[in-house]
Design a protein around this ligand. Structure first.
Ligand SMILES: *[C@@H]1O[C@H](CO)[C@@H](O)[C@H](O)[C@H]1NC(C)=O
Ligand SMILES: *[C@@H]1O[C@H](CO)[C@@H](O)[C@H](O)[C@H]1NC(C)=O
Length: 504
């Protein structure tokens, strides 16, 4: 079914008031769920040891996105998710954020008539109040601005980080476990939602990012099956997220909203084995451009999807920036021509009606990061792309890595199947090699570098990187005076007046 936007003005009389509304009542509700640092091997539908009955049920009856990529860290992934634009490099550190001239997906959905709510992690900047989510298209914000938090105290680096819009509410929720608290906020928003309007609920869990913490009841579930204590806590954190999602689905059902809802589930980057995340059998992990760092978990569940699309594995190429135009499509809104998005709408693909409009996905390109190579510098063949540049590109079945793109390149077996934790080292690995090529259809775990055998493919992909390097600009990083935490009396939050800043 195609969701069309009815642009006629509807005048609706209700018993107590007159609503003037330009909305189409068949705009689908969108529940967008992000789980932080969740590894490829950390959901039940990939790993029988992990108990996620709700996630499995939704995934198995929805559309699994099996060829779907994100960045290798949360900050670029979340900025790309919010803006639909390719964010190069890493916008790390406090005095930075998604530039204010960028339109967010919440701005677009609000424009299309949605009620918009962010629950949980923001991570797109907060040095001045203009950067906070409720000033960037979200009607309400309940969550934290930094990239992680203590799941009980809601503190990060000794300062509280939990707010309801402008208000610091860390004291009020001190001791409430994050996943349960955010889940409760999500169900409250659904309960209070006026169903005459479409809902955009962005559930951005702080789990399963470290610190490893979970109420013991969730960890105990795993005592019979997982010996490793940290892995057990981690698995419990995943199960707690699953329960929060179950509550959200049940609340949607009780409100009779589920039949007109689209549930999107995504990770933001690979799992971190230092904190018990696992990407087995994929290579590498968070912060590397190997598959374990960038191949994201994702699925869409909806009763709106055509019957023959439900319960399918979708192998079409997709990127995290694609959600922006896809959600705009779902909302019946428009992408304006001045918006130079990297994302493309995958709504036809998700419904099983189209092939991916993508030939390739630029996974990473950071022209400011060059490796020092004694073997080769600069040019490869006739190409003018500098191969010491950190980059990763997927084109069809091929994946090209350039520069010192090794990150942690081991394969980690999960402790539950082969105790103790076992990492497999690539004994042939040559750090000085600046170009690597893998055929992911035949070799999804990136064991065999084919760059010498298939120089033709390497050259074609380097030519594409050249075009990307010249046609896209690195994220505009505004450097402003650093935060002085001592001046913050309650919560981590804005410390600069943007008006003063523009006069600097
Ligand atoms: C925002 O401004 C920056 C810096 O001027 C520019 O590079 C970027 O393209 C702008 N973004 C949009 C969406 O216009
Ligand atoms: C926070 O914890 C208190 C005490 O257990 C509980 O009554 C309250 O419902 C919790 N709030 C949320 C939003 O989970």
């Amino acid at each position: 079914m195609c969701i069309s936007h009815i642009s006629v003005l509807l005048v609706v009389f209700s018993s107590s008031c007159l609503l003037i509304d330009g909305l189409s009542s068949d705009q689908a509700h969108i529940i967008f769920i992000v789980v932080d640092d969740l590894g490829w091997n950390d959901v039940g539908y990939h790993n029988l040891y992990i108990k996620t009955p709700t996630i499995d049920r939704l995934a198995n009856n929805g559309v699994k996105l099996n060829n779907y990529y994100a960045a290798n860290l949360c900050v670029p992934s979340r900025n790309m998710l919010m803006s639909g634009r390719h964010v190069h490099g890493v916008i790390m550190g406090y005095p930075r954020g998604l530039p204010l001239n960028e339109t967010t997906i919440a701005n677009k959905l609000k424009e299309a008539g949605y009620s918009t709510h962010l629950v949980g992690k923001w991570n797109c900047g907060f040095y001045s109040k203009e950067f906070l989510p409720h000033n960037r298209g979200f009607d309400t914000f309940f969550g934290f601005v930094d990239s992680k938090e203590d799941h009980y105290t809601h503190m990060v680096h000794d300062i509280s980080d939990l707010r309801r819009n402008d208000l610091c509410v860390a004291d009020k929720y001190y001791g409430n476990y994050s996943t349960i608290m955010y889940g409760n906020e999500g169900t409250t928003i659904i309960d209070n939602h006026d169903t005459n309007k479409p809902l955009f609920l962005f559930m951005s869990f702080s789990a399963v990012h470290e610190p490893l913490q979970v109420p013991s009841v969730y960890e105990k579930e795993y005592i019979p099956t997982i010996d490793d204590t940290d892995r057990r806590i981690y698995a419990g954190m995943v199960s707690c997220v699953d329960e929060a999602i179950a509550n959200i689905i049940e609340t949607l059902e009780n409100k009779d909203m589920l039949k007109n809802s689209i549930i999107v589930f995504t990770s933001d980057n690979g799992g971190d084995p230092l904190y018990s995340g696992n990407n087995w059998p994929l290579r590498g992990w968070k912060a590397s451009n190997w598959e374990g760092g960038v191949r994201a978990l994702g699925f869409v569940y909806s009763e709106i999807l055509p019957t023959n699309a439900r319960g399918t594995d979708n192998n079409e190429l997709m990127h995290i920036t694609d959600w922006f135009p896809t959600l705009v499509d779902i909302s019946g809104g428009n992408i304006h021509t001045e918006e130079l998005l990297y994302g493309v709408s995958q709504w036809g693909v998700i419904r099983g009606l189209a092939k991916s409009p993508r030939e390739d996905v630029l996974i990473a390109l950071d022209t400011t990061r060059k490796a020092v190579s004694k073997y080769r510098t600069g040019i490869y063949g006739t190409n003018d792309f500098d191969i010491t540049t950190l980059a990763a590109l997927k084109m069809g079945k091929w994946k090209l890595l350039t520069g010192q793109n090794d990150g942690d390149n081991r394969w980690f077996q999960p402790p539950e199947i082969n105790p103790p934790v076992k990492s497999i080292i690539d004994t042939d690995f040559d750090r000085k090699r600046m170009v690597r090529l893998y055929n992911l259809d035949e070799d999804p775990t990136e064991t065999t570098d084919l760059s010498l055998e298939r120089e033709d493919i390497v050259l074609e992909m380097l030519a594409r990187l050249t075009r990307y390097a010249s046609s896209t600009v690195p994220a505009q990083l505004q450097t402003v005076p650093r935060v002085d935490r001592k001046t913050m009396t309650d919560c981590l939050g804005p410390w600069i007046d943007i008006v003063e800043l523009t006069q600097l």
